[in-house]
Design a protein around this ligand. Structure first.
Ligand code: ATP
Length: 216
């Protein structure tokens, strides 16, 4: 069975640690605030007070041996980046880190985080999707850099011929599915004009996809 560690037991980290433990998984939870550690202590296998920027503390606590470590430190970017760096140096294969801004996320990715999450942004997009029925927005992150997105047609594509949009050269993404007249097609007809009621699925680099998503 895989082992997990959660560092930083703020609102997000607390629910991750508790949620994993409730799934019956082996979890070490850590924070430098004893009060936070106490709150999660009843749920998890092991709860420790430590400063995660201290590499020795990461080793001594057993966190460095966990298969997956979730770093949920937001506000203190220095502590967040140092912790991620140390975990990678210690050989942790899957470091999942919370980011509080785009720049913070970029730094974590550069450091080699296996996955970077933006909880507020992701929760907001989910809510938008749930309450605005005409807007479609769904993503699957295949890795830190590769994403598949299903969305309503961004304004820049409405009433344009697919061939003229030139997804691959101009936007560096690939259109892999197109829903029009209520039916999904994976065999893309380049001569079709995209309507605002269509739905598109594209695959590409996260940065290129985000550029397009901003025009939704
Ligand atoms: P959330 O939005 O998840 O509630 P938060 O805004 O309360 O988070 P953050 O700054 O993101 O707070 O920090 C999350 C947790 O990380 C806090 O409980 C904090 O005590 C802990 N933390 C911060 N720095 C360290 C560190 N160096 N070592 C261990 N834990 C730390």
């Amino acid at each position: 069975m895989k082992s997990y560690a959660v560092i930083g037991l703020g609102r997000f980290g607390y629910h991750i640690a508790k949620g994993l433990a409730e799934q019956g998984l082996d979890v070490i939870a850590a924070d430098n605030d004893p009060e936070k550690v106490k709150q999660v202590g009843d749920y998890v296998e092991d709860a420790v007070v430590l400063d995660s920027t201290d590499i020795k503390a990461l080793e001594d606590s057993g966190i460095a041996k966990a298969d997956v470590v979730i770093v949920s430190i937001g506000e203190n970017i220095e502590a967040s980046t140092l912790t991620v760096m140390s975990l990678i140096d210690l050989g942790v294969k899957q470091v999942i880190a919370k980011a509080i801004s785009v720049l913070h996320g970029k730094i974590l990715t550069k450091l080699g985080a296996y996955k970077v999450i933006h909880p507020e942004r992701e929760a907001a997009m989910k809510l938008v999707k749930n309450i605005a029925e005409h807007i479609h927005y769904d993503t699957i992150d295949l890795s830190n850099t590769m994403r598949i997105v299903k969305f309503s047609v961004p304004k820049i594509f409405i009433n344009k011929r697919i061939a003229d949009i030139d997804f691959e050269r101009t936007h560096k993404v690939r259109l892999i599915a197109h829903k029009y007249n209520g039916i999904w097609h994976t065999d893309i007809d380049e001569n079709l004009i995209i309507q605002d009621t269509d739905i598109l699925v594209i695959i590409g680099n996260v940065i290129d996809i985000e550029k397009i998503s901003k025009t939704l």
